[in-house]
Design a protein around this ligand. Structure first.
Ligand code: PLP
Length: 395
């Protein structure tokens, strides 16, 4: 069976062979396989060296000091550590503030953490995005009260690719003495970072979107912000007491290498993505019912979210069998629950269901883009026609 062409890089990427090579060296006898916290022998020292090299590589990409990087199991855990760690840490210090500001289009790791805190008496404002999926600095500022201690806004939305200006938002937050956190899972490497020269206090990082392995991430915590973060995983006191558990040397070394490659290649990768996205858009522009979601001016070049008015969403991906993309919708038995992100930017349930996210990356070829164009242009018109026969409404 020929597999469909992979267009789901925003969910996970294939790991770069150069990264795999580094990771394997950390697993084998003869490599740095030992426990990096073992202080009594050379094997442990070598593993610790590999971990610290990775920390430097991560810090170097994002413009931080290695001391400001805490390894975690991914952006989900980093988000949890940032939100719960700060809420509980400040509370322990006697800080009485209870208000958090985030947005309706954040990743579930942020939203569910905030919802849990609400059950404990914290208050959360979930901001509406613009129709393009951007969170404006103005909307954040208007929501700040005396009670606000944290603002958490992602740099780029995972479904739309729309970019919010986190540097501007962070500077505004600082004026109000509010801590700023951002989840940059989708944007790391491609947009402005330089965290130590910014007002951004905490950043959640992962490398699975940039040809690194899954199951590893990091939290950047600005040293000069002196945040009283409370650990969320205990035992062993690793990662300066912020995250217990043996550091997975091969994973963090893989993340370090993925970020080092990104530091060298992001610029050329990004230029290529821009061309691929422009070609893809041009190739499908005549398809009936096409709506391009996200921002026209500030969008990640490797994410394209599109909807087809009048199409039955249940039929869309099964019909586009030559491409492996994502709907962003959650399936529950026969019911296709529309993406909360597409709903938040104003799409109707039907249009949100009739949407796909095509995301690509370092290994996507021009031929694969042509395959996607052919797939969409040859199959969607029939779906639109069928939709009009069945009277699919987009109200
Ligand atoms: C914006 C965003 N945050 C967090 C995550 C979760 O990252 P991880 O798989 O590293 O926990 C993702 C992954 O899809 C994401 O897109």
């Amino acid at each position: 069976m020929t597999k469909p062409v992979y267009f789901d890089f925003a969910a996970a990427t294939p790991t770069d062979e150069r990264v795999i090579e580094v990771m394997i060296k950390c697993l084998r006898l003869g490599g740095c396989f030992a426990n990096p916290h073992a202080k009594d022998h050379v094997y442990g020292w070598e593993a610790a060296e590999a971990v610290e090299k990775a920390r430097e590589q991560v810090a170097s990409l994002v413009g931080a000091s290695p001391l400001e990087i805490t390894f975690t199991s991914g952006a989900t855990e980093s988000n949890n550590l940032a939100i719960f760690g700060l809420a509980y840490g400040l509370k322990e210090k006697g800080d009485k503030r209870k208000h958090i500001i985030t947005s309706k289009i954040e990743h579930k790791a942020i939203l569910e953490a905030c919802e849990l805190l609400e059950k404990e008496g914290f208050k959360v404002t979930y901001l509406d995005p613009t129709k393009e999926g951007v969170i404006t600095c103005d909307s954040v500022e208007k929501a700040i009260t005396e009670d606000t201690f944290l603002v958490s806004i992602a740099q780029a939305n995972s479904v739309l690719g729309a970019i919010s200006d986190i540097h501007e938002i962070a500077s505004m937050c600082h004026k109000h003495n509010v801590i700023f956190h951002s989840d940059v899972a989708q944007s790391v490497g491609y947009l402005k970072m330089d965290y130590d020269n910014s007002d951004i206090d905490m950043v959640s990082l992962t490398c699975e979107k940039v040809c690194g392995p899954k199951g590893v991430g990091a939290l950047y915590v600005k040293k000069s912000s002196a945040l009283p973060l409370k650990a969320q995983i205990y035992g062993g006191g690793q990662e300066k007491g912020l995250r217990g558990g043996t550091v997975a040397t091969h994973e963090v070394a893989g993340m370090g290498e993925a970020f080092a490659i990104l530091q060298k290649e992001a610029k050329s990768d990004k230029a290529r993505f821009e061309k691929l996205r422009a070609r893809l858009l041009d190739g499908i522009k005549e398809v009936p019912g096409l709506i391009v979601n996200g921002s026209k001016t500030d969008n990640l070049p490797n994410i394209l979210s599109i909807s087809f008015e009048g199409v039955d969403g249940h039929m869309l991906l099964p019909t586009l069998s030559g491409i492996a993309a994502s709907t962003g919708s959650a399936c529950s038995s026969a019911n296709l629950k529309p993406s909360y992100i597409l709903k938040a930017v104003g799409l109707s349930d039907n249009t949100a269901r009739a949407s796909i996210r095509l995301s690509f990356g370092r290994f996507t070829t021009e031929e694969e883009i042509e395959t996607a164009i052919l797939e969409i242009t040859s199959k969607v018109p029939a779906l639109v026609e069928a939709g009009s026969m069945w009277n699919v409404k987009n109200d």
